[in-house]
Structures are given as C-alpha cells and as structure tokens.
Design a binder for this molecule. Structure first.
Ligand code: NDP
Length: 298
C-alpha cells in the first residue's frame, strides 16, 4: 500500500509517521518538502504530488490551526483548510484512493450540554471552524472514499500544548486563572494516529465503513479542571510549583476575550466510531498522565 502523509511535523502528523509505517510505503511531507510539494497553499503543486506518487491512501494531517489568527487571515485559512482538501478529494477520486482527513469540534455552535453526534446541525463560531467545515463538505460532496475524524483539544508529547503551558505558568507565576465554562475532552495525537491506522485497514477491507466520525478520548472536563489535573500529576511527581492545583482560579470565557469565539460545549459523542470499528476509547486522564510523564522525564 502507498500512503501519502501531509503535515508530517504537526502533533498528529508526527504520530502518524509512526502508526502508518507498518501499513505500507509512506511518503511523508511538510510544507517545505523539496522533492514533492507538500504545501497545502499551493493547490497545483499539491495535485501534482498526488498524481506523481499515485497513493492508495492520502492522510491529511496538515491544517491552518492558528484559531485566533485565522480571524484576520481568512483567505489563507480557507485555502489550507477548505480548498486544499477539495483538491485532495478530487485527486483521490481519480485514483480511487482513500482520503483521511481531520476536522474539529469547532464546526459546532457549542450550545447545550449533550455530546454532539455526527448528524447534529453545525454552526461554526469562528473563521477556523467555518473553513474546517467547508473542508469536510468538499470531501463529502466529491464522491471520493473518505474518513473524516472530528476531534477536540489535541495534545502531544512533542511540541507545545495546553498542559505544558499550564505546567510552565504554574512554575513561573504567582497566580493562574483558567476558563471553566468550556466543556470538552483532551485527545492525544497518539490515540488519533493509532485509531487512524486501524480504521484505514478496516475501510480498505470494507469500504462501506468510510464516512464522518467523532473521535475523542472518553470523559469530559473543562480547561480549568484539565489544568488542575495536570498540576496534581506534576506535584505528585515532585515538581515544585508556585501555583498548586488548589490555587488555580476558575474564570468564565467572558473574562478572557479572544479574537475567535470558542464553543462552550465541545463534547463529542463517539459511539458511531466505537461501533463501526469495534474500538474502545480510553479516559482522557490516561493519555494526559502518560504524556506528562514523558514531558517531566525530559
Ligand atoms: P498542528 O498545528 O500541530 O499541525 C498542523 C500542521 O499543518 C503543522 O505541521 C503545520 O506546519 C502544517 N501546515 C500549516 N499550513 C500548512 C501548509 N500551507 N502546507 C502544509 N502544511 C501546513 O495541528 P494538529 O496536529 O493538532 O492538528 C491535526 C488536525 O486535527 C488538523 O486538521 C486540525 O484542524 C485538527 N484538530 C486539531 C485540534 C487541536 O486542538 N490541535 C482540535 C481539533 C481538530 P507548520 O507548523 O510548518 O506551519
């Protein structure tokens, strides 16, 4: 099997390099790759890459993920998050290849408290969310075989993430206030990559399993409770903190204005994925604790 991986150095892309390796020959690219174009803002170059490599599977882990910056750069965000996936879908259709793509809880308006199902109405609040939704829709309407995974609150051992930022701030600062009215589920890039590899194998054998799925760890939390969990783990591991877990302040979204609006309810119902692929999704705390051990050992 020939697999084209785009965005190889992102959180998810990095883990996919590992999880896709046993499935076949992987051509992994980023925006600066030289032999093949891996720049999603170069639509012609991207199409040429697919035509030349002729993959059986395209995995697109690249995206414009700067949520706040997207508000002032809607054109670039749309090109990378919507137009490039449309090009990949058109090329995948010609080759009869499977296209794997990632989307986000930010396609939802975020009202209510019920975990979102795949069939629920969308209503993005931000440019990022709207461009990611347009990417999904372009793939779905193209007619190509596809897997789209909507996920949330992604972290990885490599690179920066919310947990590491909380750890640093709790060591540097005298006080720490964190938002407590956005609900969602931290999801590890390693879990996403492993489930992706599993699902690719399944869809290659049973094409009717293709489609749109919600993929996140089990359970739910808020950014505030997530921060407290991180600091509790760090404290138990002997890390000295200026701000201990019990001293973290809980604030409302309104007290921390950002250019892009975020959904209050980012909970994703993952039952469809678990049923289709006979998978079990672990509690979010398991992966975060493991990532912290890796981080603290460095
Ligand atoms: P990262 O921001 O870690 O990685 C995104 C990658 O895309 C980076 O390596 C970036 O490269 C690359 N990229 C950006 N622009 C281009 C371009 N023009 N051409 C090629 N590559 C480009 O994101 P994640 O790994 O966290 O996200 C993976 C997927 O999951 C994305 O589809 C994202 O929308 C989705 N998602 C992420 C969430 C999160 O919390 N992070 C939540 C929900 C969904 P460079 O750094 O060099 O620009």
């Amino acid at each position: 099997m020939k697999i084209l991986l785009l965005g190889k150095n992102g959180q998810v892309g990095w883990e996919l390099q590992r999880s896709l390796a046993p499935l076949g020959q992987v051509l992994a690219l980023d925006s600066k790759s030289l032999d093949y174009c891996g720049d999603l803002s170069d639509l012609g170059g991207l199409a040429a890459t697919v035509q030349r490599f002729a993959p059986d599977v395209i995995v697109n882990a690249a995206a414009y993920t700067a949520v706040d910056k997207a508000e002032s750069e809607p054109g670039v965000a749309r090109r990378v998050n919507a137009e490039a996936p449309a090009v990949l879908a058109a090329e995948a259709l010609k080759l009869n290849a499977l296209l794997v793509h990632y989307s986000t809880d930010y396609v939802f308006a975020g009202d209510g408290e019920t975990p979102w199902q795949e069939s629920d109405p969308v209503g993005p609040l931000s440019v990022y969310g709207a461009t990611k939704l347009a990417g999904e829709q372009a793939i779905q309407s193209s007619g190509c075989s596809h897997l789209i995974f909507r996920t949330s609150w992604v972290y990885a051992a490599r690179g920066n993430n919310f947990a590491k930022t909380m750890l640093r701030l709790a060591q540097e600062r005298d006080s720490l206030n964190v938002i407590n009215d956005q609900f969602g589920t931290p999801t590890g890039a390693d879990l996403l990559a492993d489930v992706t590899a599993h699902a690719i194998r399944a869809v290659r054998q049973q094409s009717h399993l293709g489609g749109l799925y919600h993929l996140a760890s089990a359970g739910e939390t808020t950014w505030y409770r997530y921060a407290r969990f991180v600091l509790e783990q760090a404290q138990a591991a002997g890390v000295e903190l200026q701000v201990g877990p019990a001293s973290v302040g809980a604030i409302a979204t309104a007290a921390y204005p950002t250019p892009a609006k975020r959904p209050g309810n980012s909970r994703l119902n993952t039952q469809k994925l678990q049923n289709a692929f006979s998978l079990f999704l672990p509690d979010w705390q398991d992966g975060v604790a493991r990532m912290l051990i890796e981080t603290l050992e460095k």
